[in-house]
Design a protein around this ligand. Structure first.
Ligand SMILES: C[S@@+](CC[C@H](N)C(=O)[O-])C[C@H]1O[C@@H](n2cnc3c(N)ncnc32)[C@H](O)[C@@H]1O
Length: 321
């Protein structure tokens, strides 16, 4: 009798490329999250930072689910993703607004999907952030620029979730510049004390410690937006982790740009805020791999998943010298 052939090993995920600190895997998040080959990553990820395919009015090239089907799909990933986290880890998810087809009304699918995701894995909403981009084009064009019945849609919603109400986080790593008023106050050394309309009681020396910078708010503004605001009013996220811009690299190397690449400073803010160097960051919808390249530059380990082999291949450009 012939010896039995060994059972076939589950295929190892395809690696698009590898760097000093990370690797980009080609495949669907739902498949890779269940892959036995990634068992060594379970329980080790400090931050999952991602921007899933949005539920859009018109599907983009990579094809998006719509409506309740979208919310159910996103929620189905909550438990598998949470299994990859350390006990103090975080999931940060960015989602843009979608509009209902043919009407000037905003779809609630994105909000429903975030809530369904949170509830499915019993996650805590640690904080909601708004990523404000005043430089956005006046869209949806039909309602904003043609009929003039709506104002332009200029923000995306970012949810910070965790299995614990007290995930690892340190806002001293993301301090922003003091406002002019605060700098004057620190020089003067006294504060007009008394009860504020908000009922808070303010002492003469309250808020006078110079902590090297202001605690940022939860409204984030990428630097290219040119917003004329006091730095403390909204956080113009500094862009220190990027070595040469992604757009510039795509242009000079003739690589097509990903249609939904995130601003690098947005990723940088959360990587600094929620992880230490050497810790592991995962993006299950990597796209142009903004997350991996920022993590690499900030000396974090990283893993990315991307379903579209062409996007995976094109994202190599971020690591070009
Ligand atoms: C909004 S984009 C992410 C953009 C990315 N944050 C960046 O900065 O470039 C979503 C990405 O998810 C990919 N995608 C869609 N469905 C997927 C799936 N099931 N698993 C993994 N990737 C998927 C799309 O091809 C697309 O590149």
């Amino acid at each position: 009798m012939l010896p039995l052939a060994p059972a076939p090993r589950p295929a190892d995920p395809a690696v698009a490329y590898q760097t000093a600190r990370g690797r980009l895997l080609v495949g669907r998040a739902e498949d890779l999250l269940a892959a036995p080959a990634l068992d060594d990553l379970r329980g080790r990820v400090q931050l999952i930072f991602t921007s899933p395919p949005f539920p859009l009015l018109r599907p983009k090239k990579y094809g998006n689910r719509q409506g309740d089907e979208y919310a159910a799909w996103l929620a189905s990933l909550a438990i598998p993703l949470t299994k990859f986290l350390t006990p103090t880890g975080s999931i940060v998810m960015e989602l843009g607004n979608g509009w209902n087809p043919g009407t000037p009304t905003v779809s609630t699918v994105g909000i429903k999907a975030l809530l369904a995701f949170q509830e499915e894995a019993g996650l805590h909403l640690c904080q909601e952030f708004i990523c404000f981009n005043p430089a956005r084009l006046p869209t949806p064009a039909e309602w904003v620029a043609v009929r003039r019945e709506r104002v332009k849609d200029a923000f995306t919603r970012v949810w910070w979730l965790s299995p614990t109400p007290t995930p690892k986080a340190d806002n001293r790593r993301v301090l922003t510049e003091y406002s002019g008023a605060m700098r004057k106050l620190l020089q003067r050394g006294t504060y007009s004390s008394g009860r504020r309309p908000s009922e808070h009681k303010v002492g003469r020396r309250s808020f006078l410690a110079d902590n090297g910078g202001a605690i940022p708010p939860n409204v984030l503004v990428p630097p290219e937006s040119d917003t004329p605001t006091e730095p403390q009013a909204v956080l113009p996220i500094p862009n220190t982790a990027s070595r040469g811009g992604y757009h510039e690299k795509c242009r000079t190397r003739n690589v097509p740009r990903h249609p939904a690449a995130m601003p690098e400073p947005l990723v940088e803010f959360f990587v600094r805020f929620l992880t230490d160097p050497g810790e592991l960051v995962l993006d299950p919808f990597a796209g142009s791999n903004t997350t991996g390249s920022v993590a690499e530059n900030l000396e974090r380990e990283w893993v990315g998943f991307e379903a579209d082999p062409a996007y995976a291949e094109a994202s190599k450009v971020r690591f070009a010298a």
